[in-house]
Design a protein around this ligand. Structure first.
Ligand code: PLP
Length: 425
């Protein structure tokens, strides 16, 4: 199997003539197709709602596309809440799934009517003190501890994760919240990241539905929704089988019909907070080869760096690379593809088999639509790239400009003499 770019070399050169590389490019048609498929997969659940994890791709133009499919926003900071508000997502269209939360951010979330998802039992008191009362509807984040397994495969390690309440704590939290007058409850858990298996959501749903039935029985809480959060992954490697969202929806329905319906909880809404799955495959980092170097290894130097896409440097993550125009040439060379940071982990690929690359070639780095641009940073004085939307009709549009030195130095504007000097240097 091989991975195909969602556009052509000709189109990329056309875009690059107007917006110099590097840039992140997004595929509107793919985003729309996928958002519709998710909606269809959970159409069996009357209250279903996807809260797009804003941190994955915090671009208002992309979020507005998702809003057309009924998506709300999942936020974890004040600025993400501000972005949501600016695209018209307020009230029940916003889930505030934060952790280590500053009290004033609870206030901001409450003021815009967001659903607050409490990461910890101690936040009940903080929230009550901050707001002067508790909201009528509240969600609690659960962490069952231990390892999260699908049959015998260890998927992730919740016991080592900082998020959520223990089993005992969530029971206590529900009792306390109920006694304090909270009327409607939700449960949330995020137990494994980037799962490439249709079994993750159904297994997670089983854990949360069992918990919901027990919580309802033992505390009398009125549970209105269960939030399966993020974690449905994408196939970064060409040999991986993509998740089938229709199968995933069916799998969750089976567990729902088996556990919730017989418990008289057949009216509970299913929420999701997908980020990676929503946009990951529909974004690419487009970068041009500017150098080659032959020392102990063969290096290809590009005009993007880890500041544009941190995942390979940070997690050793694999991102497939297509040399545009050489899609059908044999991979006869082995390269390290590097950026220009003064950090040896600034490599988009290590020992990667690729066709022979020439200076000037365009490289298409796949699957950067989520946790790509958004994890960007300014180390080594690097500037964030532009974001471009490739529209359904083939036109393209800039949806965020590239940073300039003025942006990099902006926080020195309180020292006017220096600010003027450095900008004119
Ligand atoms: C990061 C995050 C998500 C999205 O995760 P993906 O792996 O991108 O689907 C959802 N919910 C919360 C609370 C998160 O922190």
């Amino acid at each position: 199997m091989t991975k195909q770019p969602f556009t052509t070399k000709e189109k990329l050169e056309e875009i690059a003539a107007q917006f110099p590389t590097p840039f992140h490019l997004y595929d509107e048609a793919g985003i729309r197709r996928n958002a519709q498929a998710l909606k269809d997969a959970f159409a069996w659940n009357k209250g279903f709602k996807e809260y797009f994890a804003v941190k994955a791709t915090p671009n208002p133009f992309l979020i507005k596309i998702l809003r057309e499919y009924g998506c709300g926003c999942d936020c974890s900071s004040k600025t993400e809440l501000m972005l949501s508000k600016a695209v018209g997502a307020v009230g029940e269209d916003v889930m505030f799934s934060s952790n280590d939360t500053p009290a004033e951010e609870f206030q901001y979330a409450a003021d815009m009517g967001a659903i607050i998802n409490l990461d910890d039992i101690t936040h009940i008191e903080v929230l009550e003190k901050t707001l002067g009362r508790l909201p009528e509807r509240i969600c609690c984040r659960y962490n069952p501890g231990g390892e999260f397994k699908i049959t015998t495969d260890i998927m992730d390690n919740p016991g080592e994760a900082k998020y959520g309440m223990t089993t005992e704590q969530i029971f206590d939290a529900f009792r306390i919240l109920k006694a304090k007058g909270v009327k409607e409850f939700g449960i949330h858990a995020f137990l494994a990241s980037n799962t490439v298996t249709n079994a993750y959501y159904p297994v997670l749903a089983g854990v949360l539905f069992d918990l919901a039935v027990r919580l309802q029985k033992e505390t009398g809480a009125n549970i209105r929704f269960i939030n399966l959060s993020g974690g449905v992954g994408i196939p970064y490697r060409p040999d991986q089988e993509p998740n089938d969202i229709a199968e995933i929806g069916k799998g969750v329905k089976e567990v729902y019909d088996r556990i919730l319906v017989p418990a008289g909880m057949g009216d509970v809404s299913i929420f999701t907070e997908l980020g990676r799955f929503m946009i990951g495959p529909y974004g690419a980092l487009v970068t041009r080869v500017i150098n080659e170097k032959h020392t102990y290894k063969e290096y290809i130097g590009v005009d993007a760096c880890a500041a544009n896409l941190m995942r390979p440097a940070m997690y050793g993550a694999y991102h497939h690379i297509t040399v545009m125009g050489k899609e059908n040439e044999p991979a006869t060379c082995t390269y390290d593809v590097t950026g220009s940071l003064c950090e040896n982990n600034d490599k988009f690929a290590v020992d990667r088999a690729l066709p022979k690359i020439d200076i000037g070639d365009l490289l298409y780095i796949h699957d950067t639509g989520a946790h790509g641009f958004s994890m960007g940073y300014n180390y080594n004085g690097k500037l964030r790239s532009a974001e471009i939307l490739l529209k359904e009709n083939g036109d393209f549009e800039m949806i965020r400009r590239a940073e300039t030195p003025k942006d990099y130095f902006a926080t020195f504007d309180c020292f006017p003499a220096f600010y003027e000097k450095v900008l004119n240097a």
